[in-house]
Design a protein around this ligand. Structure first.
Ligand code: 5CA
Length: 437
């Protein structure tokens, strides 16, 4: 892609409400644009990053056997009346009616919808367990939408739903999701901590929030710092290993402020291991047994001919929130740095362009072609602009690797730089090798 052709409406004037770095940077680099309070359009750069995050989330869901589907954004109020949540959900729910005056709503979550689908087609224990997920827009009429896409009204969420015959089996589904979440956040370059959490309007009594550390996070967290050393890579997706994983995490105190009690903290964590800081909730998982299946009459026949309500859990990841959360977690020394896995481009070529001399831009175009032939997603900064402005712009955009073509470049050696590291002179084959790794 040529930078001159890429729609990045960089803005300098920021609205007063853009208080945190991610919100400011997403507006400045034209990743998003507010349409109305808490509702955003995703412009090409922001959208590309979100799609990369979505794909990693999808792959890790598929890896634990969850099946992708797609439910609509608009739901009938009837199923919410059945579960009893229509009134409970209050003003956060956007209620609408169609031309027949039927009550509809823009889904804030999909427990009712998936339970309705499941109960109408599954009657026997033989089809259990099942885990379904979809990645779809949600709407919550938040009282105070703020921090850009971090807490907005329309947001993109991956939500999964598990169906099991017994509580024991449901806990295995829960553990699989727990594992998928650790892997997902790891691939996004984030260190997430699972913390015991309150269940709020979703319900149930087993729940974990996945939190990443960031000063601007809205969640206050209290943890034993040794929880960071739990060896994620050692766990496998099988029952005993997943049990061990849950057990290993549960050894260390880690809660958000809803669950925090000073005396528990001091009793369970040595002073030198205590950390109190802030974080961003990027995922939240719940086990709630028959909270929905019972009122909605979602049961299956058991082996011995009886009926039982299925045991359910639900599992959310804030895909759009993650874009901002990654910025908050990675921003350093006035520079952005996208993790390789979600960076909008693998590398940017920055030639120093001189009106009277085409040699740098010609070299840059050759390198560009060669990288593209090798399947590397490359951005060429072909804009005529002074080189120090170019560097400032790329510090803002945060593509992790740069190839700088200026006075140092020779016929076959180019300056290759990873953000925040010293540059080195390398030949193109070496650069391609590095980028492909
Ligand atoms: N039904 C359950 C699990 S699917 C559920 O809705 N859980 S949730 O309410 O915790 O939301 C799941 C994730 O969506 C959160 O962890 C958060 O990352 C994201 N999220 C929730 N509300 C917002 C919001 N207003 N703006 C952006 N992201 C949000």
């Amino acid at each position: 892609m040529l930078l001159s052709k890429l729609f990045i409406p960089i803005t300098k004037d920021l609205p007063a409400e853009a208080k945190i770095k991610s919100h400011q940077l997403m507006l400045r680099t034209g990743m998003i644009r507010q349409s109305s309070a808490g509702i955003y359009s995703w412009l090409p750069l922001g959208f590309k990053i979100m799609k990369k995050i979505e794909q990693i989330v999808r792959e890790e869901q598929n890896n634990v056997g969850a099946q992708e589907m797609l439910m609509p954004t608009i739901q009938s109020a009837d199923i919410w009346k059945e579960s009893g949540r229509y009134d409970d959900y209050g003003e956060e729910m956007l209620r609408i009616s169609d031309r027949q005056k039927r009550e509809m709503l823009y889904g804030p979550t999909n427990e009712e919808q998936i339970t309705e689908i499941f109960r109408s087609s599954v009657k026997s224990y033989k089809l259990l367990p099942q885990i379904f997920y979809h990645i779809q827009w949600k709407f919550r009429d938040e009282l105070r939408p703020r921090f850009g896409v971090m807490r907005c009204r329309e947001f993109y969420m991956k939500d999964a739903y598990s169906f099991d015959l017994s509580e024991n089996e449901a806990v295995l589904s829960y553990n699989k999701m727990f594992y998928a979440y650790l892997k997902t956040f790891q691939r996004l370059g984030l260190k997430s901590i699972p913390m015991k959490a309150d269940t709020g309007p979703i319900g149930g009594d087993l729940s974990h929030e996945f939190i990443i550390l960031a000063d601007t996070g809205e969640s206050k967290i209290f943890a034993d710092k040794r929880i960071f050393d739990v060896p994620i890579d050692e766990y496998k997706n099988n029952e005993s290993s997943l049990k061990k994983m849950r057990n290993d995490f549960s050894k260390f105190y880690a809660v958000t402020d809803d669950k925090f009690k000073t005396e528990d903290f001091n009793k369970n964590v040595k002073k030198e291991d205590q950390i109190q800081t802030k974080g961003i909730e990027v995922g939240h998982i719940f086990y709630f047994g028959d909270k929905y299946s019972k009122p909605m009459n979602c049961s299956v026949d058991t082996k011995d001919g009886k009926k039982t309500f299925v045991k359910m859990g639900s599992y959310g990841i804030g895909v759009s929130r993650l874009v901002a959360a990654i910025i908050e977690a990675k921003y350093l020394n006035e520079k952005m740095k996208w993790p390789k896995s979600v960076s909008p481009f693998d590398v940017v070529i920055i030639p120093s362009i001189n009106k009277n001399d085409n040699s740098n831009i010609d070299k840059a175009k050759k390198v560009y072609k060669e990288l593209k032939t090798n399947g590397i997603d490359v951005l060429l900064d072909d804009v005529e602009e002074n080189i120090s402005n170019k560097f400032k712009k790329h510090d803002l955009l945060g593509i992790p690797y740069q190839i700088i073509i200026g006075s140092k470049a020779t016929k076959d050696q180019f300056e290759f730089k990873e953000i925040d590291k010293d540059s080195q002179m390398l030949d193109l084959n070496k650069i391609i090798k590095l980028l492909k790794n």
